[in-house]
Design a protein around this ligand. Structure first.
Ligand SMILES: Cc1cc2nc3c(=O)[nH]c(=O)nc-3n(C[C@H](O)[C@H](O)[C@H](O)COP(=O)(O)OP(=O)(O)OC[C@H]3O[C@@H](n4cnc5c(N)ncnc54)[C@H](O)[C@@H]3O)c2cc1C
Ligand code: SF4
Length: 487
């Protein structure tokens, strides 16, 4: 434990943000990091609990009290070793994770929890700055070859682990750049893409081969995968959800992912023909999740005239709801930095029609307010509130409705079974599909989720592949019982 009285002496401190008026003029990150002295104090707030509930909150099983202690001692390099022993990419989670560990932190019962995510980010940034993060190529190669399809956080974590076990790993990615949703979903202002490239340089130096613009099952025959000893499918859950609403095909109704991807490509100098722009437009973002929030931030940066957000669910409470007590993930209103940049948020509202002019261009949205009727034993029922119909002026409607599941191409061409939610079927903890040498991990196996889960599944799947190929594995991970193994 860093300092016995640390949690009594010091209040929680978080990174601050550059002013809204400045940050909406660009697409770069806008956080102002804490000073080392402040981070050391934050580390000392950790109580080194007998039962560290933060562990149970973290899908990776990060050794949180241990790295908090090292930071408090000023032992940054040791903190980095501890952090990297369970997490391949703390620079991604340190920026983007909703931090379930903090929601489970024991200090959170009576005070603000330990600022674990900030500590994590500070450790890894310090480690990169000091040159402590170096390629670790395997000393011995096994002659086993592995193909990984998809280069999101799941694919990258699996690749690094399997390469470190000595296998020869090739990662196939259909996009023109590596990173999955980290690259082309999440905007540059939430995570600058140089952060991915910095890690990628390490992975390449370790000997992993990356092949971009290779769409397995489309411009690369799935038969070619048979040349590998094992395959890990990490293709994400990218089948977009739409609405069965009249006018959905109007010019001006756009999928959030197209809008976000185009903008990131433009930031990196690509020319996009007929780029969808919010500039000077009345924008309505349909969907109140992370993707919706990213669309709001991007619309404001593009200079939208107005930005409105619709969510069909009720407004969550401002504080932890009694239905989700500590240490559970709380049902609670989330206000992101993008929300703070300007948006009118509306809950319990449903879109009835996308209205167009004679040329088929979107001009307005017709909506109605709704309520959810809860009948025990039945699915909640959506009820329209009479007399609440409203027309909203709108030139650009962005559909941020989430994803229905993984795309079907690979499952069909390889003969992989799918579960009731259309995800690629493989038991949690085993990751093996119905074809023995084909494994799957990340959003493709569990459905749309989080980066931290993708990294966790990539690591665990790697261990299972290693056991499948070699009969045993020294790769460290959290096993199916939730215990850390191999450390
Ligand atoms: C807009 C947006 C914002 C988000 N923000 C956050 C956030 O702030 N924090 C957070 O924790 N999570 C966030 N998420 C969720 C998070 O990004 C995902 O859970 C995570 O990226 C899943 O990782 P993955 O590796 O399983 O799949 P993905 O990241 O989806 O990567 C899959 C990759 O596989 C490739 N691929 C698919 N099929 C093929 C094929 N046949 N051949 C070759 N390549 C293929 C795809 O092109 C893609 O690059 C966000 C998601 C979105 C959409
Ligand atoms: S639960 Fe909070 S206070 Fe306890 S060990 Fe984990 S980070 Fe420290």
């Amino acid at each position: 434990m860093g300092k016995v009285t640390g949690f009594k002496e010091f209040e929680r401190k978080d990174e601050s943000y550059k002013p809204v008026k400045d940050r909406v003029k660009h697409y770069n990150e806008f956080t102002v990091p804490l000073k080392d002295k402040d981070i050391i104090e934050q580390g000392s707030r950790c109580m080194d609990c007998g039962i560290p509930f933060c562990h149970s909150g973290c899908p990776l099983g990060n050794l949180i009290p241990d790295f908090n202690h090292m930071v408090h001692q000023g032992e940054w390099q040791k903190a980095s070793w501890i952090l990297h022993s369970t997490n391949n990419f703390p620079e991604f989670t340190g920026r983007l994770c909703p931090a379930p560990c903090e929601k489970a932190c024991v200090l959170g019962i009576i005070e603000d929890p330990v600022s674990i995510e900030n500590i994590e980010k500070s450790i890894v940034e310090r480690a990169f700055k000091e040159g402590w993060i170096k390629p670790q190529p395997p000393k011995v190669r096994t002659e086993k070859t592995i193909a990984i399809v998809g280069s999101g956080p799941a694919g990258l974590a699996a690749a690094q682990q399997l390469n470190r076990a000595g296998h020869t790993v090739t990662v196939f990615e259909r996009d023109d750049a590596i990173g999955g949703l980290l690259r082309y979903g999440i905007p540059n202002f939430k995570m600058e893409k140089g952060i991915i490239d910095r890690r990628l340089a390490i992975l390449k130096a370790e000997g992993i081969v990356f092949k971009t613009n290779v769409n397995v099952g489309v411009n690369y025959d799935v038969e070619e995968l048979k040349k590998f000893d094992a395959v890990v499918l990490c293709g994400g859950a990218t089948e977009r959800r739409s609405l069965p609403t009249p006018g959905i095909d109007a010019d001006g109704v756009v999928q959030a992912m197209d809008f976000l991807t185009q903008q990131t490509k433009v930031v990196f100098g690509q020319k996009i023909k007929d780029q969808v722009l919010a500039t000077g437009k009345n924008v309505i973002v349909i969907g109140g999740g992370d993707t919706g929030s990213d669309c709001i931030g991007t619309s404001n940066r593009q200079g939208a005239k107005s930005v409105v957000n619709f969510e069909i669910m009720p407004k969550p409470p401002g504080h932890r709801s009694p239905t989700t007590p500590w240490p559970y993930w709380p049902l609670q209103l989330k206000t992101s930095t993008s929300h703070k940049e300007g948006v009118e948020r509306n809950w319990l509202i449903n879109t009835k029609e996308f209205v167009t002019n004679a040329k088929g261009k979107l001009t307005a949205l017709k909506t109605v307010n709704v309520e959810w009727e809860m009948i025990p034993g039945e699915r909640p029922k959506l009820i329209e509130v009479p007399g609440t119909e409203k027309t909203w002026k709108c030139d650009l409607a962005l559909l941020a409705l989430g994803f229905t599941g993984p795309e079907s191409t690979l499952a069909e061409k390889l003969g992989i079974k799918r579960d009731a939610r259309s995800n690629y079927k493989a038991e949690y903890g085993k990751y093996q599909t119905n074809i023995p040498n084909i494994f799957t991990a990340g959003d493709m196996r569990r459905g749309q989720s989080l980066i931290v889960w993708a990294i966790s599944e990539g690591r665990e799947a790697a261990r299972q592949v290693d056991i499948y190929l070699m009969g045993k594995s020294d790769l460290a991970t959290k096993n199916e019982e939730g215990d850390l193994v191999g450390l």
